[in-house]
Design a protein around this ligand. Structure first.
Ligand code: DX5
Ligand code: ZN
Length: 220
């Protein structure tokens, strides 16, 4: 895991009528990853995009597709998101009956494995799996929508995970996702996040100046 802070803009806040162009702009604006929020209207009360759209967006950039699956069931879609061009596939432990099996399905596709914890989901859910994954996504909003208010009560969980990872000398990225803005990004970094997801701040602040907003999140 590199020490440099990475920014993963969430396309949930992008203009869905021209997603491809928006991804090209994010690439040019210096995004490290592209955060693709996949929602099925079942695991979360919202529906966004599926593998076919990801496949069409893939040629728009060479940047890492950081695919956040807020879907259940999840196993039967791992291959299609892999084939569509996902680089990191992150799932929620509550979305699968067998976490090890889901991890293996992603590994077998040669992709990086992420697990996401909702604000009220406990670290206990993933403690036995932490050595088998590449990324932990700490949600600082309830999954389902962009533009929600940051929940600072998740920071102790982030700190605890950072402590565990450091003590066990593990190479795992800690990604925080939800309500990240210029005021709270420093606290998120200090708590241990090395990847910041942001949708509404990046697309809406400073008249939508993507480059400026990405830089501000990275350096603030
Ligand atoms: C919410 C998504 C987040 C969200 C982030 O379910 O997982 O990635 O789009 O958007 P903001 O930064 O607006 O909270
Ligand atoms: Zn997300």
């Amino acid at each position: 895991m590199s020490s440099r802070i990475k920014i993963s803009p969430s396309i949930l806040s992008a203009n869905f009528s021209k997603l491809g162009e928006e991804i090209v702009l994010l690439d040019k604006a210096g995004a490290d990853y592209i955060h693709v929020d996949v929602m099925d209207g079942h695991f979360v009360p919202n529906i966004t995009i599926g593998p076919e759209v990801v496949k069409k967006l893939r040629p728009c950039t060479k940047k890492i597709f950081d695919v956040h699956l807020m879907i259940s069931p999840v196993d039967k879609y791992i291959k299609s998101f892999s084939d569509a061009g996902a680089d990191i596939i992150t799932f929620h432990p509550e979305a699968t009956p067998n976490i090890d099996k889901t991890i293996k399905l992603i590994r077998d596709q040669g992709k990086k494995v992420g697990i996401s914890l909702k604000p009220k989901s406990n670290i206990e859910l993933i403690k036995d799996h932490i050595k088998k994954i590449d990324l932990i996504l700490i949600m600082s909003v309830e999954p389902g929508f962009g533009g929600q208010k940051f929940m600072p009560e998740v920071l102790p969980k982030l700190k605890e995970l950072k402590k565990i990872i450091t003590e066990k000398k593990l190479t795992i990225d800690l990604e925080i996702d939800g309500g990240i803005n210029f005021e709270n990004c420093q606290a998120a970094k200090e708590a241990g996040a090395n990847i910041l997801v942001s949708g509404s701040t990046i697309f809406k602040e400073n008249n939508g100046n993507l480059k400026k907003n990405i830089e501000l999140l990275r350096t603030n």
